[in-house]
Design a protein around this ligand. Structure first.
Ligand code: SAM
Length: 541
């Protein structure tokens, strides 16, 4: 029974994004880690199919067990190797075996497929996540890149120098390289696992996908600055910010979820972070004009999203779910826009990074475009010219990431900057703002439609919005929207007036000129360095 109980517990945590599957499995101290890992991953992969079987057979009602436990048991019973262990669970489930098998058979007939794997969309038939490089962020609060490289070399790993093109990140065996974009990132072959490694346990290295390192790297707050991490737990980006700030200054971090914040507190301790001030608080209720935030110049906003970029979390979408999902996306986007607008109200704010691990433009470009239209004193900063994947046109100043083009999980990052007096003066000589040219999106329209849903999300916190593919909670988000329709209409009228005013302002919005930061980042990975990197790799350093 222990295997199924543990797998269900981990599944629950993964779906509420408390940590990655691997981390949770390793930290579970379960005897047979491989078996547990395989069961969780496979159950997750078949999650929506299992849910459909469970719902159509009314299994929860008949057995009184919870959804995630039912999923792991049903997976092993009808898709996996059969229930090998399970004690009382096994006896209980065997009573329902034929009904469950019949439900699975009906699904296959309906979809005209003969094997279980074919029920999955092609992207899930093999998890691309397993083929991504293993990224290791060196925690510069505790060690240096050089010392970490030496440590791994002494352990028999072979350092090939700094990578200078994407293909250099496709590694085999025990070779590793320095990343081509981020100087504190080392890259190992996909199969390398450091969850049991001393450097990981001691907080010297952080196991973090490359794309998720971009927000703190691009925000780049100087040591001594006041920084706010709006939706911070479990805190990988917070610890990255602290490392960039050299633990000097103040780092205000908020999260609505007490459990995640507790995990974050442990992780920050392990990482040697000391400049943080954690608060279990709804960011939307944080008062921007409060005295303690008067010097906050940098904000990192990584709000709850659909998680559609996380390759192992990608769930296939049955046709009945599509409608629900699109309503859920609108609700998420409205929540994200509200967070973004709120963040821009901090009086001293200069730069803000907005990021999501979503691949949907509704949560990415459309949110940013709507925000820029509503906040004409902010503009987009063009990011890393050499980054291979850009935001959807016309928001090409933003970055996107994907398994194919950047060898990372799917991700989106935008950097917003407040206009300076000088840049405002330069406006008249600039070309048109790309946001004003956007014909692809109609953010204001979706904003109005989602407004009814928005109130529910923000009132109820993250519960309904943070997990990808949790259909029960999805229902909560969308179902509760209807009572607010009346209010939406009233708000809609006022909003249209504001929109007309905004349109006038938008015409004056300026273009995005390269900033100091861009020049800095550009030179750090510029041509000169690339030539050196090329030599390093060639020399096998
Ligand atoms: C994508 S996760 C953040 C991941 C984090 N930035 C990291 O790198 O480890 C989003 C977080 O936002 C939190 N959240 C959702 N709504 C919130 C709100 N209104 N105020 C503060 N935190 C919120 C969730 O609890 C969740 O931990």
């Amino acid at each position: 029974m222990a295997l199924y109980n543990k797998a269900a517990e981990i599944l629950e945590k993964v779906e509420t994004k408390q940590a990655a599957v691997k981390t949770l499995v390793y930290e579970s101290k379960f005897q047979n880690i491989k078996q547990l890992f395989a069961l969780v991953c496979e159950t997750q992969k078949f999650s929506s199919i299992l849910q459909e079987i469970i719902e159509s057979t009314k299994l929860l009602k008949h057995t009184k067990i919870k959804m995630n436990l039912a999923k792991v048991l049903v997976y092993d019973l009808v898709i996996g190797k059969g229930l090998k262990c399970g004690g009382a669970w096994k006896t209980l489930m065997l009573k329902h075996r034929s009904r469950l098998q019949a439900a699975l058979a009906r699904m296959k007939i309906k979809q005209k497929v003969s094997c279980n794997l074919d029920l999955l969309p092609s992207n899930l038939q093999q998890c691309e996540g397993d083929q991504l490089p293993r990224y290791v962020r060196v925690n510069t609060l505790k060690t240096t890149v050089e010392d970490t490289v030496d440590y791994f070399k002494r352990e028999g790993f072979s350092y090939l120098g700094k990578a200078y093109r994407l293909d250099d990140l496709k590694l085999n065996g025990k070779s590793f390289v320095g990343d081509l974009h981020l100087s504190d990132l080392l890259v190992f072959s996909a199969k390398t696992d450091f969850h049991d490694h001393y450097l990981y346990k001691a907080g010297h290295i952080i196991l973090q996908d490359k794309a998720s390192c971009l927000p703190a790297y691009l925000l780049n707050p100087p040591a001594g600055s006041h920084v706010l991490d709006a939706c911070a737990a479990p805190g990988n980006k917070t610890s990255h910010l602290a490392a960039i700030m050299k633990n000097k200054g103040r780092l205000f971090a908020f999260d609505l979820d007490a459990k995640r914040l507790a995990t974050m507190s442990t992780l920050l301790l392990r990482a040697g972070v000391t400049c943080q001030q954690l608060a279990n608080q709804d960011f939307l209720k944080v008062e921007p004009d409060a005295l303690q935030y008067k010097d906050v110049k940098y904000i990192l906003l990584d709000p709850s999203c659909s998680g559609s970029g996380m390759v192992c979390l990608r769930d296939e979408v049955s046709s009945s779910q599509k409608e629900k999902d699109s309503r859920r996306l609108k609700a998420l986007a409205a929540f994200q826009l509200r967070c973004l607008n709120h963040a821009l109200r901090f009086p001293s704010l200069q730069r803000l990074v907005y990021s999501t691990c979503s691949i949907h433009s509704e949560e990415n470009e459309q949110v940013v475009a709507a925000c820029l239209q509503q906040n004409p004193s902010f503009r987009l900063v063009p990011l890393l010219q050499q980054w291979p994947e850009r935001g959807l046109s016309p928001l090409t100043h933003c970055l996107r990431a994907s398994t194919t083009k950047t060898l990372t999980h799917g991700f989106f990052v935008a950097l917003l900057e407040r206009h300076t007096a000088q840049s405002l003066n330069e406006q008249s000589t600039q070309t048109l703002n790309p946001v004003a040219e956007m014909s692809l999106f109609n953010p204001s329209a979706s904003e109005e439609k989602a407004e009814a849903e928005e109130a529910n999300i923000t009132e109820n916190g993250d519960e309904e919005v943070q997990e990808p593919g949790n259909t029960t909670k999805d229902l909560d988000v969308t179902d509760k929207a209807s009572p607010d329709e009346e209010q939406t209409r009233t708000l809609g009228g006022a909003k249209r007036k504001r929109k007309r005013k905004r349109k006038m302002k938008d015409r004056d919005m300026e273009v995005l000129v390269p900033t100091t930061t861009e020049k800095q980042t550009g030179s750090s990975v510029g041509a000169k360095k690339n030539r050196k990197n090329k030599k390093d790799v060639a020399k096998g350093q």
